[in-house]
Design a protein around this ligand. Structure first.
Ligand SMILES: *Cc1c(COP(=O)(O)O)cnc(C)c1O
Length: 383
């Protein structure tokens, strides 16, 4: 089976994890801070807080922004459920902004229209979680300027987008947002097995997220409300969690980070081969914006309307031929859990239309041009 995404683990990665196993620290040692420094240097951002998953990173990001049960959070329907569940963890209400049918990213014009309506009804969101679908950054300059006009915070769910660039800046620099989060799940661009990280330029948000990741506890003397009782002393100052990343994960992540740019370069190369080879087929790919360099976590095509009724059969037949075609994503508001909350089919038409036409084709650094030729030949037969 040609899988849709797959990790690439080198001998150096294995050695790095082995070294940790033989060291004194399996958790709470030197690797996590080293990984955090390396990610913040790569992204050109002041702080990075490593955690056990991007889902945890999204949760503590929302808590750090003080999202609670009085608040409303907006995100894109075309994402993994974690992008919106994080707001529900905090007791907030969730709503969605429909996508642009061309890029699959949140449509800033629809965001603007929805904000203007929400303002009239006194229902403005406290935060908007934007999702850089497949690795292509959203229109951050415009979303950032709307955030100033309407007074909301921005979290970038960049689970797909480590190594991507927007207007010369690296995603994760938080130039247009309060917090950016990355995922290191094995299908993502680089992996720590499970793992995630939150980046920010705000020292207050960074400290709060660092506490929330570890039970709400601090052992930094300057943060304490009374004098230390002794060398064992720590204080719990808020209700936190155990969302810590292990030393094994951090060592793997750190080793993988050294290959990030190479992985993204290969993904872009393979994507451009795909783009030229699908040109003859009745489908398009997600439009790439000029001011973006995608990390190409996924290669997504959209079937033309003329062949749209073959959508399901195309994915099934690709799989029969050993090609793990996939679909990212089922619009979140169509999930039964969200329908119970009152969302209905028809609420976000562009996302629903996208769901009827989108197919994810395999893309990872071990994929070859011959694999792509085979995939295109099978796809061409089906269509
Ligand atoms: C993978 C993913 C997540 C969750 O990442 P985990 O590290 O598995 O928790 C969140 N959002 C998006 C868009 C993702 O693709």
């Amino acid at each position: 089976m040609i899988s849709y995404g797959k990790q690439q683990i080198s001998d150096a990665d294995i050695a790095a994890v082995n070294d940790v196993l033989r060291s004194d620290w399996l958790t709470q040692g030197p690797q996590v801070p080293k990984f955090e420094v390396a990610v913040s240097e790569f992204c050109n951002v002041k702080h990075a807080i490593a955690v056990n998953s991007a889902t945890s990173a999204l949760h503590i990001a929302c808590l750090a922004l003080e999202i609670g049960n009085e608040d409303i959070v907006w995100t894109s329907p075309v994402s993994f459920v974690a992008s919106s569940n994080c707001a529900l963890y905090c007791g907030a209400r969730i709503d969605f902004v429909d996508i642009s049918p061309l890029t699959g990213n949140m449509d800033p014009t629809k965001l603007e229209e929805k904000l203007s309506l929400a303002k009239q009804m006194n229902q403005l969101p406290k935060a908007v979680i934007v999702v850089h679908l497949a690795g292509q950054p959203c229109d951050m300059a415009r979303i950032n300027s709307l955030s100033k006009q309407y007074g909301f915070r921005i979290i970038e769910d960049a689970s797909h987008a480590i190594g991507a660039r927007y207007k010369e800046g690296t995603i994760g620099n938080c130039f247009y947002s309060d917090i950016t989060i990355f995922s290191f799940h094995p299908v993502k661009i680089i992996t720590s097995a499970e793992g995630g990280i939150a980046t920010t330029n705000c020292p207050k948000l960074a400290r709060k997220m660092a506490k929330l990741r570890s039970h709400g506890i601090t052992n930094i003397e300057s943060e304490m409300t009374e004098e230390s009782h002794g060398p064992w002393y720590y204080q719990q100052q808020m209700l936190g969690f155990n969302y810590r990343m292990t030393e094994l994960q951090a060592a793997l992540g750190l080793s993988q980070l050294s290959k990030l740019e190479e992985f993204v370069r290969i993904r872009n190369q393979l994507a451009s081969i795909y783009r030229s080879k699908i040109a003859k087929l009745p489908c398009t790919h997600l439009l790439q914006q000029n001011d973006c360099y995608s990390s190409y976590h996924l290669f997504i095509i959209l079937l033309d309307h003329s062949v749209q009724e073959k959508h399901r059969v195309t994915i099934e037949k690709l799989r029969e031929k050993g090609i793990q075609a996939h679909l990212h994503y089922i619009p979140i508001h169509l999930q039964p859990y969200y329908q119970q909350m009152g969302f209905k089919s028809g609420d976000f038409p562009c996302s629903e239309e996208y769901y009827k036409r989108a197919i994810t084709l395999p893309l990872h650094p071990q994929l070859t041009e011959q694999d792509i030729d085979y995939i295109i030949a099978v796809l061409s037969d089906i269509l």
